[in-house]
Design a protein around this ligand. Structure first.
Ligand code: AG3
Length: 276
């Protein structure tokens, strides 16, 4: 008997891809914005991919979601309100609720991501049922331009800067975001794999530096994303530094990570310094 194995691969370059052995494919849909696939993997539990790129897995989503929320949270003195752009799975909103944030607006462009997450990642998507979370299905770029509200935190939980998310990495967008932040508020974006996507990190750095005086990059180890080394970039009108004293650890995040995540390998510093 021939043994049949099924694999999902994300392609990192023409010559390298990472493959996950899968038990089965649970879903594949083409929406107005993107293609969404869902697999049951052997090592990482359920895996959600958009346009062939891993968005989250059950097993390691906590790293990305803690890092995109907890690092900026501990760098703001007051954090009562937050705006999430993207994040249709509910993972970022869940962490913000855990941190006690009282007003969370989550603007996701693709309703399908929310529905799929409700069905397959209920632990994350249940945050949308919380009274402190307002879920808006719509275009985050337009939302940030039109809203009159100011936020303590703006979190850009987007896909890679190709396709629908491209406009979330440019100067225009950051300019609008700046005007919706309180004085010591922070905007953070995922800025890609420094190793395989230096352009994403450059775009975020360049865009943010063109409108903010204070920009800082930090990194985390995310096993299911390209190269495992992932970057996030934060910006603020005020100096970015730790502003809360009592730190509650997560599963990845802790006091050491809050300091250490800002220590960057030289090749990452070079990408940042060459992005102007
Ligand atoms: N946002 C997507 C991060 C980009 C992953 N890129 C990649 N695999 N090429 C994460 C969504 C989780 N809320």
């Amino acid at each position: 008997m021939r043994l049949i194995e099924n694999w999902f691969s994300e392609r990192y370059s023409d010559n390298l891809q990472l493959s996950f052995r899968v038990q089965d494919q649970l879903l594949s849909v083409k929406t107005d914005y993107q293609r969404i696939d869902l697999f049951n993997t052997y090592d990482f539990g359920k895996l959600l991919s958009i346009d062939g790129t891993v968005q989250l897995t059950e097993k390691d989503e906590y790293i990305y979601h803690e890092m995109i929320t907890m690092v900026p949270y501990y760098c703001t003195a007051r954090s009562e309100s937050a705006l999430i752009i993207g994040g249709g799975d509910g993972g970022a909103a869940k962490r913000l609720l855990n941190l006690g944030i009282k007003r969370i607006v989550n603007v996701e462009i693709d309703q399908n991501v929310v529905e799929i997450s409700k069905k397959y990642f209920p632990d994350l998507a249940s945050s949308f049922d919380n009274k402190n979370v307002e879920l808006i299905i719509g275009d985050g770029i337009k939302y940030i331009k039109d809203t009159n509200e100011l936020f303590d935190l703006i979190i850009i939980d987007s896909t890679d800067p190709v396709g629908p998310a491209e406009g979330l990495f440019d100067r225009n967008f950051y300019e609008n975001a700046r005007s919706k932040l309180v004085d010591d508020g922070i905007i953070v974006t995922q800025s890609g794999s420094p190793y395989y996507q230096p352009e994403a990190l450059k775009m975020a750095t360049k865009g943010m530096k063109s409108v903010f005086d204070n920009v800082k990059t930090y990194i985390a180890f995310i096993p299911t994303y390209p190269s495992g080394l992932w970057s996030f970039t934060m910006a603020s009108k005020s100096e970015i530094k730790q502003r809360k004293d009592i730190i509650k650890p997560g599963k990845y995040f802790n006091e050491d990570i809050l300091k250490g995540a800002f220590y960057l390998p030289q090749f990452v510093k070079n990408i940042i310094n060459n992005s102007i």
